[in-house]
Unconditional design. Structure first.
Length: 181
């Protein structure tokens, strides 16, 4: 009887973790749904081998996450990587676990396959926009209706926060500026 109980618990554990992982796989339908939940969304598509991505994850995004008005803005991270352990380690270390997703793409964890996966996701989500220029990372701002407001956000905190302040109406500028100091 104990044997059956242990087997049952193991199966439940594996099926729950599998469902959690499936819940973190993103496609265009899920991306569009997530975007529709807030007035503005910063979408960051990255990979583990990119040193610029790691720098933005460590320096820019945690500060932005602290300083933006989360009632209006959200940050969505999309890892174009199959190395889930490394992705989770990087986002957890930088306190970015919330809204972290994996891009499901065919082929090995290499540039050409990652690029194709990114291109397909962005073309399906934003068919009239040319967001992806074959360079990783991809960082852009979109409104809740899916209109791209800025195709290439800067990767430094100071430049990104200045651009976001310009996007806000003047009454919000003072609050955001005060929070950024």
């Amino acid at each position: 009887m104990r044997f059956l109980l242990v087997i049952g618990l193991l199966l439940a554990t594996f099926s729950c973790s599998n469902n959690t992982e499936k819940g973190r796989i993103i496609d265009s339908k899920k991306l569009n749904y997530l975007i529709s939940q807030k007035d503005k969304t910063l979408v960051y598509v990255w990979t583990t081998w990119c040193s610029g991505c790691r720098e933005t994850l460590a320096e820019t995004l945690p500060k932005l996450q602290e300083d933006i008005d989360t009632s209006e803005y959200q940050i969505i991270l999309i890892a174009a990587s199959k190395n889930k352990a490394e992705v989770d380690s990087l986002v957890s270390t930088n306190t970015l676990k919330e809204n972290s997703y994996f891009l499901d793409f065919t082929g090995p964890d290499k540039g050409v396959f990652q690029n194709l996966g990114i291109q397909l996701l962005l073309d399906a989500s934003f068919p009239d926009e040319d967001i992806f220029t074959r360079a990783i990372p991809v960082f852009f701002l979109v409104d809740k209706k899916g209109k791209v407001l800025n195709k290439k956000l800067p990767h430094s905190y100071d430049e990104a926060i200045r651009l976001l302040i310009k996007q806000l109406c003047p009454s919000h500028n003072i609050l955001l500026l005060l929070n950024s100091f």
